[in-house]
Design a protein around this ligand. Structure first.
Ligand SMILES: NC(=O)c1ccc[n+]([C@@H]2O[C@H](COP(=O)([O-])OP(=O)(O)OC[C@H]3O[C@@H](n4cnc5c(N)ncnc54)[C@H](OP(=O)(O)O)[C@@H]3O)[C@@H](O)[C@H]2O)c1
Length: 262
């Protein structure tokens, strides 16, 4: 078939007029993705449990990108706080077009050395928290016939790693939950995709960043043989949050330096 009309190209990535809620947005990958969305034109609300950190990050982001940005304190594991977070986002920005679930934790250790409470803690933040936030925004996105849900899974949602039973269980669950949400939103213009990052040097990895084992692991696990730079998450986030990904739903997009390619 011959295409006569000009194709939109880079305009597909433009987020001007879009609004985004980013949990775990006060730092790390959440903040990097929020900055990516703001640079593409979106207004953003950054959420973490610590109001001052979220507000300071939002102020810096607004300054850097010339977009409105807001900070909000909520614990994503508490349903009432998630509802209040959505209400605050709607008051500030009118509606939520894009949800990025980046709030997450990791507790490492061989299974016999972990407690049931530690397992539950990881599952509650990573899985229940993500589920509660998706559940909150879903009806509005469906009613407006446009929505983008981007859930942070991990390369460890796709492959195993000794000493990470709670984390791998939680990230595999996010990949599967996201596929199911994709099916539930498909008829109403709501897409849901997960991003599966490899090793990024954020607070989450401080404990292993400078160790010989940590360095050896990153070189051994990734085809690119290095840690990722924070900005290397931004392209995937902008893509999955924009019209550029309108035919992509239920995907688990690896941004992992080739970790899961081998
Ligand atoms: N870094 C990596 O290499 C890597 C690799 C694969 C996947 N990921 C995933 O990417 C996401 C972001 O990771 P990151 O490295 O950016 O982590 P990070 O730097 O530790 O940031 C985590 C963010 O989540 C927030 N948070 C934690 N628990 C929360 C809760 N109950 N309610 C609300 N906010 C909460 C934290 O703020 P407060 O503590 O102030 O609440 C912070 O903003 C996570 O889901 C992680 O599993 C990371």
């Amino acid at each position: 078939m011959t295409q006569h009309a000009p194709l939109p190209g880079l305009k597909l990535f433009n987020l001007t007029g879009r609004t985004a809620l980013v949990t775990g947005g006060s730092k790390g990958l959440g903040l990097a993705m929020a900055a990516g969305l703001a640079s593409a034109g979106a207004e953003v609300m950054l959420v973490s449990r610590h109001r001052e950190e979220a507000e300071a990050a939002a102020a810096a982001l607004a300054r850097d990108h010339g977009r409105r940005a807001f900070g909000h304190a909520a614990d994503v594991t508490v349903s009432a706080q998630v509802d209040a977070m959505l209400a605050a986002a709607e008051r500030a920005m009118g509606r939520v077009d894009i949800l990025i679930n980046s709030a997450g934790i990791n507790i490492r250790g061989p299974i016999a050395e972990l407690t049931p409470e530690q397992f539950t803690q990881v599952m509650t933040v990573n899985v229940t928290g993500t589920w509660l936030c998706c559940r909150a925004v879903f009806p509005g996105m469906r009613a407006r016939k446009w929505g983008r849900i981007v859930n942070l899974a991990s390369a460890l949602g796709l492959v195993g790693l000794a000493g990470r039973t709670p984390y791998t269980a939680s990230k595999g669950a996010i990949v599967q939950m996201t596929r199911t949400l994709a099916l539930e939103g498909a008829a109403d213009g709501v897409t849901a995709n997960s991003i599966c990052p490899g090793p990024f040097l954020t607070d989450m990895n401080l404990a292993i960043a400078d160790t010989e084992d940590g360095k050896k692991f990153v070189v051994g696990a990734t085809a690119l043989k290095r840690w990722a730079r924070l900005e290397e998450i931004q392209g995937a986030a902008i893509f999955l949050a924009s019209d550029a990904s309108s035919y992509v739903t239920g995907a688990a997009l690896a941004v992992d330096g080739g970790w899961t390619a081998q």
